[in-house]
Design a protein around this ligand. Sequence first.
Ligand code: HEM
Length: 201
Amino acid sequence: MYALTILLRHHAKAVRGCAHGLVALLLAGCGGSNPLDNPPDVSNPANTSGQKLSFAYFQRCINPIFNTVLGNNTCAASGCHDDRDGTGGALRIVRSAQPIDVTNPANTPDVIRASEMYRNFYSAQGMTLLSSPPDSRLLTKPLVRGVLHGGGQIFSGDQDPNVRRILYWISNPAPQGQDEFSTATYNMFTPADPNVGTCNS
Ligand code: HEM
């Protein structure tokens, strides 16, 4: 032990040099940054590329499906997807939500986004997959297609008019860069009037 101390003291300069070399090697191995430093900030850009679904078509053609008795229940029934006492996972529906005249300039995006109907729209949109509409939970759950559903099978199959409407809604988002109130989505009605046009599907 004594001999080692003498040796180290004698070669202190060389030992220090080696240690520095070792740290430099370590730093080079870690891409030159100090491994003990904090990791670089994670960038999380806002999702601007995601297309939006049509609010006008939703409130006139999809929301009524949630209040229609299908089998023993409505989708928005309490114990199912009712906003207050539902057990239906993240799909939450306010039964009393009223349609909004989207052509009335007083109904600005901020006004509509504060409405009960918009809460239903937002919740239902969260159950959709724009990259593959038929695989959207809003369809696979009530069709019990490859998944179980607490409410059982609600829709009869692909030709069920409700299924055709939901698929049409998800497959026809607003044009890229436009929001959910885009008037381009009015062509989802015939005539292209969001207040009186019939729902295409
Ligand atoms: C058109 C009608 C309906 C639609 C579109 C629908 C859709 C859905 C969706 C998308 C989910 C998944 C939610 C999540 O991932 O968080 C779900 C779950 C659920 N639904 Fe429904 N549902 C309908 C009717 C019903 C009815 C009538 C009941 C009650 C009898 C019901 C009971 C439930 C329950 C308990 C769950 C949670 C368990 C699970 O994930 O399966 N649903 N439903």
